[in-house]
Design a protein around this ligand. Structure first.
Ligand code: HEC
Ligand code: HEC
Ligand code: HEC
Ligand code: HEC
Ligand code: HEC
Ligand code: HEC
Ligand code: HEC
Ligand code: HEC
Ligand code: HEC
Length: 487
């Protein structure tokens, strides 16, 4: 009687059945596994035989609870081919695929078709490095599910690890993503002073089916967290290759994770939110900001004092950095921007937030506050701005902060010499008034040009006119200016 290695007739629930002859079965199986190990001359030490009772208890408490013979055969001699570990088929992903046939049934595994397109499902370097559990050493180890999962489960000091993973939460990922075997070193960034708190909490993430605002909220129970799998689906995520995301689009690194889309109302209003599950990998736009809104908008309950980014970035607002749509100030001269940026560019959250390091994409961590790629001091206190600050990645330092620039250069900004010499370069460069005194960064629900009042030093009142404006600042009496060129 030849068992099909893939057990096609197996209903997943069947694995949960129990059998009174189990003790005998296990004894036989352990012997068999040990013998086969010897016969195949495979070093058993790479996965030392575990205590049978402990293994049984662990398996019984997990999602694979039930009979061993769903995956192992106690009568290996009956089979034409004898497989490693006395398995019913080859010790590879075909075993898992035999039962895990329904895409997204558990929330994040979308079957082999999508898995094959990931680096995890295709790279020869994708091999569990150990030391706990020990490194995999068989020649065909790469791309196997068992590089992240143990079908029986695995334990650490806190007990059984959820989702049959080899290490708890981010530790599974960081075992490889620390430079070797994965070359993309996320470990360094995620441990920097300013970071997404993946390593800070355990047990707040409850699995790929999280879909409620309370799953990410600060109150009533603090569930605030950001594990790798809140932003990445290890079964679906893939590289962008030579097709870097354009416009508002998210990177394919974030494919297959849930997000929150918005239907915007009038300026200043809270948008309507729509939760989109990770299984929706095709809907466009699959925007990067939708991923961030899962935790950084009033869809959930944010920490006190944190900006509701969905409300301030609404394109109906008087001004905003162009994250959801191109900006309102479409005629800013090209010369005011750094090469590569124009008034109609889209700025993604990731244009400003990310690693200070520059080699690993993503907002994992930075030595700069607010996980910025370059520094910025969010204070109106007077200071000399340097050309390495974040604003000057896109807005030309010579236009906005260097009063020694030519009049032509300074006049690429409207608020500049021209009628009176109190424009950007003068204020920022000569008077050490930083952008923060006059501008909010993300969006304004009430004012054009991202202008803000009430900071000190800063603007007390601002009145916009057709070709200029009148400011009453904390520093001097009310003054009016005429724009260098039409708005
Ligand atoms: C869902 C499938 C599945 C079930 C159910 C299952 N096993 Fe396994 N087992 C495997 C796979 C796959 C391997 C090879 C693991 C590897 O290569 O890392 C394995 C390996 C083993 C090994 C040798 C290496 C190790 O990980 O310790 C033993 C012993 C073992 N199984 C015992 C059992 C016993 C006893 C039961 C029932 C209590 C059982 N297994 C149930 C899939 C399963
Ligand atoms: C004999 C059928 C069968 C085989 C073979 C099998 N699984 Fe499962 N697996 C299941 C069932 C049933 C569940 C429980 C699903 C549920 O509760 O919705 C499950 C659940 C899981 C879970 C979810 C863990 C959790 O805590 O939610 C993971 C991960 C998993 N399997 C991985 C694997 C991997 C990896 C393999 C191959 C080594 C594999 N499975 C082989 C039937 C199987
Ligand atoms: C790079 C690591 C990694 C690899 C490789 C991997 N998984 Fe997973 N898997 C995870 C993590 C992490 C989770 C938990 C996800 C969560 O909590 O959001 C998970 C969850 C699951 C689940 C639970 C239910 C669900 O749909 O999310 C199943 C089933 C599963 N994996 C099957 C597989 C199979 C089958 C393979 C091989 C084809 C595989 N995994 C390969 C990391 C991995
Ligand atoms: C808050 C969301 C978030 C969290 C948490 C997160 N990432 Fe990312 N990650 C991203 C985004 C966004 C990108 C893609 C940036 C881009 O290319 O535009 C990314 C990119 C990556 C990349 C590819 C980088 C490159 O240079 O190609 C890897 C690998 C990665 N993340 C792994 C991880 C691991 C491992 C963890 C957990 C330790 C993690 N991420 C946690 C959002 C996140
Ligand atoms: C066994 C090693 C291993 C583990 C564990 C692992 N990765 Fe990876 N991952 C790789 C390799 C290898 C690449 C290819 C790029 C590289 O070399 O850095 C990769 C690439 C990625 C990418 C870039 C997209 C792609 O497909 O190229 C993301 C995102 C990522 N991994 C996230 C994760 C997350 C999240 C986890 C934990 C759930 C994880 N990885 C666990 C080995 C691993
Ligand atoms: C799953 C939840 C989650 C997602 C998704 C998420 N974040 Fe976060 N983020 C957090 C948590 C938790 C913190 C720690 C502070 C807090 O509770 O907000 C944080 C902190 C930050 C900070 C630092 C805030 C500070 O006060 O210094 C920035 C910047 C940030 N995230 C940007 C992003 C961006 C950009 C995205 C989208 C690519 C994103 N986040 C997606 C949960 C998330
Ligand atoms: C043009 C650059 C830029 C873009 C685009 C941008 N940010 Fe920021 N962000 C900043 C700067 C600079 C700060 C520092 C504080 C400030 O100026 O408000 C900051 C601060 C933050 C903070 C912490 C302070 C707070 O107000 O809560 C979070 C969280 C954050 N950003 C998330 C996001 C998210 C999410 C997106 C996209 C939806 C985004 N940012 C887009 C530049 C940017
Ligand atoms: C990633 C590129 C980028 C970065 C970094 C950046 N900006 Fe911008 N900014 C833009 C683009 C593109 C526009 C044009 C939007 C438009 O035309 O309305 C813009 C517009 C503006 C406007 C005018 C908005 C309006 O509606 O009139 C102000 C003010 C501004 N930025 C200030 C800042 C400050 C202050 C910083 C640093 C904290 C900064 N920007 C960082 C790209 C950037
Ligand atoms: C003293 C107040 C003040 C400071 C400091 C300031 N701005 Fe402005 N900014 C303004 C005013 C007023 C406008 C509106 C110009 C108009 O009427 O069109 C403006 C407009 C802008 C615009 C729209 C296009 C343009 O140039 O007219 C950008 C971009 C901008 N500021 C960036 C910056 C950056 C970057 C910094 C810091 C390096 C900065 N601003 C510092 C007052 C200020």
């Amino acid at each position: 009687m030849n068992e099909s290695p893939r057990h096609p007739g197996l209903a997943p629930a069947a694995i949960r059945t129990t059998d009174k002859r189990m003790p005998l079965f296990w004894a036989g199986l352990f012997l068999l596994v040990a013998l086969l190990g010897l016969v195949a001359a495979r070093p058993l030490s790479f996965r030392p035989p575990r205590n049978p009772a402990a293994l049984e208890a662990l398996l019984a408490a997990g999602p694979h609870a039930g009979e061993c013979d769903r995956c192992h055969t106690a009568h290996g001699g009956d089979q034409i081919t004898v497989y490693p570990n006395a398995l019913v088929g080859p010790d590879d992903n075909t075993l898992c695929q035999g039962c895990h046939l329904t895409p997204w049934s558990g929330g994040s595994y979308a079957t082999n078709n999508l898995y094959l397109g990931t680096s995890h499902g295709s790279k020869t370097s994708m091999i569990w490095p150990g030391p706990t559990p020990p490194a995999r050493i068989e020649p065909d180890a790469a791309t196997k599910c068992v590089n992240c999962h143990d079908p029986h489960g695995w334990t650490d000091a806190l007990g059984a690890i959820p989702s049959l993973l080899l290490q708890r939460e981010e530790a599974t990922c960081l075992a490889c993503h620390d430079g070797s075997p994965a070359t993309i070193n996320v470990n360094t960034d995620i441990r920097k002073t300013y970071r997404h708190p993946a390593t800070d909490y355990n047990g707040r993430h409850t699995g790929p089916k999280e879909s409620l605002p309370s799953d990410f909220a600060t109150t009533p129970v603090s569930r605030r967290h950001s594990e790798c799998v809140d932003c990445h689906n290890p079964h679906v995520s893939r590289g962008d290759g030579s097709f870097a995301p354009t416009g508002v689009a998210a990177s394919k690194n974030n494919l297959g994770v849930s997000r929150v889309s918005v239907v915007n109302g009038v300026a200043g209003s809270r948008p309507l939110y729509l939760f989109i599950p990770g299984s929706d990998t095709l809907t466009t736009p699959n925007a990067e900001y939708q991923l961030c809104f899962k935790c950084h908008s009033t869809w959930t309950t944010q920490p006190t004092g944190q900006t509701d980014f969905a409300t301030v970035l609404n394109p109906a607002n008087p001004s905003f950095h162009p994250v959801e749509a191109a900006g309102r100030n479409a005629n800013i001269r090209a010369g005011a921007f750094v090469t590569g940026w124009t008034a109609t560019s889209i700025t993604r959250c990731g244009s400003c937030h990310g690693s200070d390091f520059g080699t690993v994409d993503g907002p994992h961590g930075s030595t700069y506050q607010y996980i910025l790629k370059k520094p910025y001091t969010a204070s109106p206190a007077r200071r000399t701005m340097t050309s390495t600050e974040i604003c000057f990645s896109c807005h030309d330092w010579n236009v906005y902060a260097n009063n020694a620039s030519t009049t032509t250069v300074k006049a690429y900004s409207r608020f500049n010499p021209g009628a009176i010499s109190q424009g950007h370069a003068y204020h920022v460069g000569t008077r050490q008034v930083s952008c923060y005194s006059c501008h909010v960064t993300h969006g304004s629900t009430s004012r054009a040009f991202l202008l803000v009042t009430g900071r000190n030093p800063g603007i007390n009142t601002f009145t916009q006119t057709t070709n200029g404006g009148t400011c009453a600042p904390t520093c001097h009496g009310s003054e009016s200016y005429t724009v260098n060129y039409a708005r």
